[in-house]
Design a protein around this ligand. Structure first.
Ligand SMILES: Nc1ncnc2c1ncn2[C@@H]1O[C@H](COP(=O)(O)OP(=O)(O)O)[C@@H](O)[C@H]1O
Ligand SMILES: [Mg+2]
Length: 325
């Protein structure tokens, strides 16, 4: 991120559908050059927010400003935004070139400039030479690359992406992620990205907005969200977490990698017996029976090597979060 200028400001925004679903009290500042991700389970309101930003949904309260100007009453084509959807939304009867040229022709961009810009955009998304193909001749990943190129050609102030990679298989998805991250950094473009996939959010974002049932639970960097989840909900949604009820209404949360396991040890936080040992490559998942609970730990190979099923161990919490009721 290059600076702390607010590019997009969402204040007290409210959008409620007739059936009562929707989002309320949304306050988010997105900085220039920032990659911001809205993360949450299906139905929490991510697409609703993104559509209000793009102008595809009117809002019921609050405001949306881009570069200090309210855009809430502008139709999509008059907003300095461009949107990429999960379904690529390319016109099947048009070549890649014509799909890309469409928006520029409407803006009366000269023909030679259009050609030049399209060549550059296709290069950016690693699709050089595909201009004469039809969408039906391309894979899902290639179609989404074209859809991203089409959005970038509009030179939006803010690029909006709604689960753009969720229809792609895992390998292509992670490759596209990496490419999008590179494009975002090279162009220093402001991005609002939507996903329900926490790994994707962690990998791509400068900051993450964790959402739950139409409300914002926490806004923070991936490290802040992972290391100090603000609520029990965030703690359970992001990464793996062990929860311990303390009996006084409070809950202690500990990550599997923050537990130190000692064979025959004493004086730890709790004691238990080894239940399973699973070698997952460079680390080992060791599950420990503690009373009625199973506690998950991630240990290094050298530590796990000396442990056996049924061994008595003590567990010390290297780091923990405590949540009140
Ligand atoms: N057009 C609509 N009419 C009524 N309810 C809707 C409409 N679109 C979405 N919803 C509801 O609003 C909530 C948020 O939906 P959405 O923003 O699509 O969530 P997400 O993108 O996080 O999955 C859900 O409960 C959904 O069922
Ligand atoms: Mg959605």
């Amino acid at each position: 991120m290059s600076n702390q200028n607010v590019k997009l400001k969402i204040s007290n925004m409210k959008k409620v559908y007739k059936n009562g679903d929707g989002v309320d009290n949304i306050n988010i500042d997105v900085f220039e050059g920032e990659f911001l991700t809205m993360l949450g389970p299906s139905g929490c309101g991510k697409s609703t927010i993104l559509r209000t930003l793009g102008g595809f949904l009117d809002i019921d309260g609050g405001d949306i400003e881009i570069d200090g100007q309210s855009v809430k009453d502008l139709p999509p084509e008059q907003r300095p935004t461009a949107m990429v959807f999960q379904s690529y939304n390319l016109w099947p009867h048009m070549t890649v070139f014509d799909n890309l040229a469409f928006g520029l022709k409407i803006r009366k961009v000269p023909k030679d400039v259009i050609k030049e810009e399209i060549t550059k955009a296709l290069k950016l998304v690693c699709m050089e030479g595909f201009d004469r193909k039809y969408p039906g001749q391309l894979s899902g990943g290639q179609q989404q690359r074209v859809a991203i190129a089409r959005a970038l050609l509009l030179k939006p102030s803010v690029l909006l992406l709604d689960e753009p990679f969720s229809a792609l298989d895992a390998k292509i998805r992670s490759q596209m992620r990496e490419e999008l991250k590179k494009i975002q950094e090279d162009l220093n473009i402001t991005v609002v990205f939507v996903t329900h996939d926490q790994t994707e959010a962690m990998a791509l974002s400068h900051r993450i907005v964790v959402m739950n049932k139409g409300k914002v639970e926490q806004i923070g960097t991936p490290t802040e969200i992972y290391d100090t989840p603000a609520t029990k909900y965030v703690a359970s949604f992001i990464g793996e977490m062990n929860f311990f009820e303390n009996g006084d209404g409070t809950t202690t949360a500990v990550r599997p990698e923050d537990i130190v396991v000692e064979k025959d040890g004493e004086g730890g936080d709790i004691e238990g017996h080894i239940r399973t040992i699973m070698i997952l490559g460079h680390y080992v998942e060791v599950n420990i029976q503690v009373g009625d609970n199973v506690v998950k730990t991630y240990l290094s190979r050298s530590v796990a090597d000396i442990l056996k099923i049924k061994d008595k161990v003590s567990l010390s919490f290297h780091k923990k979060c405590v949540y009140s009721a």
